[in-house]
Design a protein around this ligand. Structure first.
Ligand code: GTP
Ligand code: MG
Length: 360
């Protein structure tokens, strides 16, 4: 799961990257405008995993993870003539975006459009993505038209369905609506994956509220599917993320009148937006959260643990998280008849605790 952090120059992308990942990349007061990407892997907080660990006291507890990539160099007009090479690749390869929008005022930090206007900034990058997606559709339609011209009518029927879909997508984009709002069948979604449409990817808008409480983000709305909006005090949380000692963190928070950090919330939200869910494996050695797409079958989930478990999949023993917590042990869940044996067609649910039986 890879999330690209995007936003206008000086919106606080690197600052928020630091806040989420605990890294300490330098933030420049003047936008570099250079293409560079930094990545870091972050544990996804999950109270259920904490509870399972408390129950099993395993040697090791392993969280689900997200990779955040700080992608610099995005600005208005950048898609004129199409986003280029490396940059376009980075953007199309991520599973979703974390879009940083600046809401903080600070004279020492120049804004590329002078005044602070989060709604406008949000639209600027959204608009760039729509243009980019339109260009992608046009390129494909032209390519198909060329092929028909060369090979004749006989290939036309072959492409009819794709052309129809692309034209509907084109009309949708022309209405300035992101593809997130476009209805796609799972089959169509799969066929379109290779295009890397930017406005199709889930997006978490993170409003950098600076000195204001994160609740200030509520002034901004973003009414699209597969998206959410949340506030975060970039600079403050980046500074707190540098502190190792929990006592220091508590002191810092008290001093600034913060009751709750947004960091965990933002990570959790960005994870939940990605159309994935967590299932757990438990034991004395390790309690672990795994990510799998919503709708995945038991063998597919087994495959995220190890490909052998998918190849040799026989059955999955499945417990509900709450049943295990209530019962207090796996043996007790079994006794209550709440441990179920599931076959290869079983659709995994969020919070399932599984043991895979396999044979290789
Ligand atoms: N006052 C204030 N300044 C902030 C806040 N967040 C970031 N900044 C400052 O804004 C400047 C730019 O922050 P960065 O995190 O480098 O912004 P960026 O979006 O990564 O910028 P580019 O990579 O150059 O596009 C730095 O001087 C930060 O210290 C904030 O919450 N409050
Ligand atoms: Mg930066």
């Amino acid at each position: 799961m890879r999330l690209g952090i995007i936003g206008l120059p000086n919106s606080g992308k690197t600052t928020i990257f630091n806040a989420l990942t605990g890294q300490n990349l330098s933030t420049a007061a003047v936008s570099s405008g250079q293409f560079e990407v930094h990545t870091a892997t972050v544990d996804v907080p999950d109270p259920r995993l904490d509870a399972l660990s408390a129950l099993f006291k395993p040697k090791k507890t392993t969280h689900a993870t997200i990779i955040y990539a700080d992608i610099a160099g995005l600005d208005k007009g950048i898609s004129a003539g199409g986003l280029q090479g490396q940059f376009r690749n980075q953007l199309s390869q991520v599973d979703g975006f974390l879009h940083v929008v600046r809401a903080f005022d600070d004279e020492t930090v120049p804004h590329p459009y002078v005044d602070v206007d989060p709604a406008r900034d949000l639209e600027i990058i959204d608009g760039e993505f729509l243009l980019e997606d339109m260009a992608t559709v046009e390129r494909r339609l032209e390519k198909i038209a060329d092929e028909i011209r060369i090979k004749g009518k006989k290939v036309e029927a072959q492409h009819a369905e794709e052309v129809g879909l692309l034209q509907r997508i084109q009309a949708h984009l022309e209405e300035e609506k992101p593809l997130r709002d476009f209805d796609l069948t799972p089959e169509q979604a799969k066929n379109l994956r290779g295009f890397g449409f930017l406005s199709l990817k889930p997006i978490l808008v993170v409003v950098n509220t600076g000195d204001d409480a994160p609740q200030a983000a509520a002034e901004l709305t973003y009414d699209h599917r597969h998206s959410a909006i949340v506030g975060l005090q970039g600079k403050l949380e980046a500074e707190i993320a540098q502190l190792d000692d929990p006592d220091d963190v508590a002191m810092f928070m008290e001093e600034y009148g913060i009751t709750e950090l947004s960091r965990a919330k933002v990570i959790r939200l960005s994870y939940e937006l990605m159309n994935i869910q967590s299932f757990f494996t438990v034991g004395e050695d390790e309690c672990r959260a795994w990510s799998v797409r919503i709708g995945a079958t038991a063998p597919e989930a087994a495959g995220t643990i190890h490909s052998d478990l998918q190849k040799g999949f026989i059955r999955a023993e499945v417990m509900q998280y709450q049943d295990l917590l209530d019962a207090g042990s796996e043996a007790e869940v079994k006794k209550q008849g709440k441990m179920q044996l599931q076959g290869k067609d079983y659709i995994v649910k969020d919070g399932d605790i599984v043991h895979i039986r396999f044979n290789v």
